[in-house]
Design a protein around this ligand. Structure first.
Ligand code: UD1
Length: 327
């Protein structure tokens, strides 16, 4: 079995690539390296290129005997998507559509897609289930929802089947501290907390402490990136076992506040996290965490790593790789 992994040189993509290989599957990684890193792919077969290059995708599928795909490749900066929507529609939506056409022509029928909990926007109730009305609050989230819908039409009109995985907040690094996120390009909370703890940045800015949450700070569902990776393997196994197309949350089901992250970081690392409370960030929901019962019931998947594991692996990775994979 050969798995094509688009965006396999990125943060979640590289960690998932490693796990997929460990299950005995052959892989081929396709990545432009615009945001990914060649070294993160290691010795896995690699092609530098774009998912929108239909001839290239068809050729890869034939040459490598591709049976299944995990599609990570996308732009993912929420703020940038609001400033340059065309870049996101073009790359994420049009690029994915071209990819699916090429896969269809090459006879590849199984697709696992990286979607986002961002499609829920500010949910009316938490934990949020997959049947909640999608209410995207950014162009980025809208592009992911459009790709979900594109896949659902391919599933209805062709023999293609898919799993859309709606990620909550991916965090942490590989347990051996060799693969992780490049904090130079991340806007997410945990890389910022790590920078503050290690003295690489001034105080962390906590975006609001007046939310209707237990301690007033924003609540999210932080999922260890290796647990996220194992959800992809479970999704591939589901499709290989003739499972039907499905869209699933990938989260822990637990809400964690910004203050919980700061306190756990101080406990796990022994470092103080200097912080200051500032105003709310535009568009931030008070609380968003998953009801993961569908993925547990369907794939038998559930996360095994704790918040302490997330913090410990993030700390080990960032302290040894201050310049990401260029370190
Ligand atoms: C993140 C992703 C989004 C993805 C979503 C899935 C970004 C910027 N956001 O959103 O693409 O779709 O998860 O659920 O990549 N915070 C601070 N100070 C900081 C940074 C963050 O207080 O310097 C707070 C935020 O207000 C929020 C929490 O930390 O309450 C998490 O923020 P972040 O890591 O940016 O993730 P989300 O906004 O949930």
């Amino acid at each position: 079995m050969t798995t094509l992994i688009t965006g396999g040189a990125g943060y979640i993509g590289s960690i998932t690539t490693r796990l997929i290989r460990s299950t005995g599957r052959a892989v081929v990684v396709l990545d432009t390296l615009e945001n990914g890193h060649r070294t993160a792919v290691g010795d896995a077969p690699f092609v530098q290129g774009d998912v929108a290059d239909t001839e290239l995708v068809e050729r890869i599928c034939k040459e490598h005997g591709v049976d299944e795909v995990v599609h990570f490749a996308a732009y993912k900066a929420v703020g940038e998507s609001m400033e340059n929507p065309s870049k996101y529609f073009q790359n994420n939506v049009t690029g994915s559509q071209k990819l699916f056409d090429a896969l269809h022509r090459a006879g590849v029928e199984r697709v696992v897609f990286s979607s986002t909990a961002g499609v829920y926007g500010t949910p009316d109730t938490v934990p949020v289930r997959e049947d909640a009305e999608p209410r995207c609050e950014s162009v980025y989230a809208e592009t992911k929802l459009m790709i979900e819908k594109t896949l659902s039409w391919y599933s209805r009109t062709t023999s293609m089947r898919h799993v859309c995985l709606r990620y909550f907040n991916a965090a942490g690094a590989s347990s051996d501290a060799t693969l992780g996120e490049d904090w130079r390009f991340s806007q997410n909370l945990i890389p910022h907390v790590m920078k503050a703890a290690m003295g690489h940045a001034p105080a962390l800015k906590v975006f609001g402490n007046d939310f209707p949450t237990p301690d007033g700070t924003g609540v999210r569902d932080y999922i260890h990136v290796e647990d996220l990776a194992s959800a992809h393997v479970a999704a591939l196994d589901h499709l290989a076992g003739k499972g039907a197309s499905i869209t699933c949350n990938v989260g822990t089901g637990f809400g964690t506040s910004v203050m919980d992250i700061i306190n756990t970081t101080e406990q796990v690392t022994g470092q103080k996290v200097p912080y200051e409370i500032v105003g709310r960030r535009a568009g931030d929901p008070a609380a968003c965490y998953a009801d993961p019962s569908l993925i547990t019931k369907t794939f038998g998947w559930s996360p095994t790593r704790s918040l302490e594991d997330i913090i410990a692996t993030a700390y080990a990775w960032h302290s040894t790789h201050p310049a990401g994979h260029d370190s």
